[in-house]
Design a binder for this molecule. Structure first.
Ligand SMILES: C[S@@+](CC[C@H](N)C(=O)[O-])C[C@H]1O[C@@H](n2cnc3c(N)ncnc32)[C@H](O)[C@@H]1O
Ligand SMILES: [Zn+2]
Length: 279
């Protein structure tokens, strides 16, 4: 792992490696886990004991993404990040997008440096083994990263803090966000809630990313909608998809059982990809 872009979440001091730990210039010390990731979310920064996605959701995401259903999305995002040499995956989950994008953008002996940050330690444990260069537990609202060291960032279905992205990105950096579009997973919802299921609200993103004071931090430069479909077969694929969504906890047992009893489901995947530039 390459920890060179990490910084202390308590004092922003620079780290040096000290055996199996990272120690900052002010003596704050964080162990490196056997998988190679570092937990940079101090206990007093947490609102709950185990913040972020839980183990069930994270394992479901690993199983679903591992089947390649979202490969066209990873490819589209990678195309927007071409030429970047240091990429932050903010809210990286299992590290699937970061590692896919790293391999898509690899060229001969060169590949971009990719760092994944997520608040869920279950997710980061998997991200550390996904092929990214660095993975750390931390919050997107207090990124444990040095200033101005990334020329690109992505945030896929994750919370976004424009102020922090601005701080860690270089001038001219590209930020790509992915959010669900209206028909995302519509058949999954119909299978559980009936044919009159609502669509997701339309996107409201084609405007700059602004600071908490309303200052423009990133100009919006491009928006596209990417829609494709996949055929899920059997209870294990359906259960993996259901379990990585918030519907897992919003749906009654009877509705979930109905979904899982289907032999197959053709499902729409519908995304908005938005691109921003740091001025
Ligand atoms: C829907 S998942 C998406 C994960 C990944 N980007 C993907 O698409 O596979 C949202 C992720 O955001 C993480 N998350 C939630 N709040 C966060 C925060 N404040 N800082 C960092 N990550 C956070 C969750 O733990 C979860 O892994
Ligand atoms: Zn420190």
């Amino acid at each position: 792992m390459d920890y060179s872009k990490l910084s202390c979440p308590i004092c922003q001091g620079e780290f040096t490696k000290d055996g199996n730990a990272l120690r900052c210039c002010n003596g704050h010390c964080f162990d490196i886990a056997s998988e190679g990731y570092v937990n940079l979310l101090p206990a007093n920064f947490k609102k709950t004991q185990l913040p972020g996605d839980n183990k069930v959701m994270v394992n479901a995401r690993r199983d679903f993404l591992g089947k390649g259903f979202f490969a066209p999305l990873a490819l589209s995002v990678a195309q927007r990040l071409m030429g970047a040499s240091a990429i932050l995956d903010a809210g990286c989950g299992t590290g699937w997008y970061g590692s896919q994008i790293k391999s898509i953008l690899s060229n001969g002996n060169t590949s971009p440096y990719v760092c994944g940050i997520d608040i869920s330690k279950f997710a980061v444990r998997l991200a550390a083994k996904s092929g990214v260069d660095c993975a750390a537990v931390g919050s997107v609202f207090n990124l444990p990263l040095k200033d101005c060291c990334f020329d690109a960032a992505l945030t896929v279905f994750a919370p976004l803090c424009a102020d922090e992205l601005f701080r860690v990105c270089k001038k001219g950096a590209t930020v790509v966000t992915v959010n669900p579009a209206e028909r995302h997973l519509i058949e999954l919802k119909q299978a559980m809630y009936g044919i009159a299921t609502y669509e997701n609200p339309p996107e409201n993103a084609q405007k700059p990313l602004v600071s908490s004071n309303g200052d423009v931090l990133f100009e919006h430069t491009h928006s596209e909608r990417l829609t494709f479909s996949g055929r899920l077969e059997g209870a294990s694929e359906l259960s993996a998809l259901l379990s990585m969504t918030p519907y897992l906890y919003k749906t009654g047992e009877e509705q979930k059982s109905h979904l899982l009893s289907l032999n197959e489901l053709s499902c729409t995947f519908d995304f908005y990809i938005d691109v921003y530039k740091k001025a």
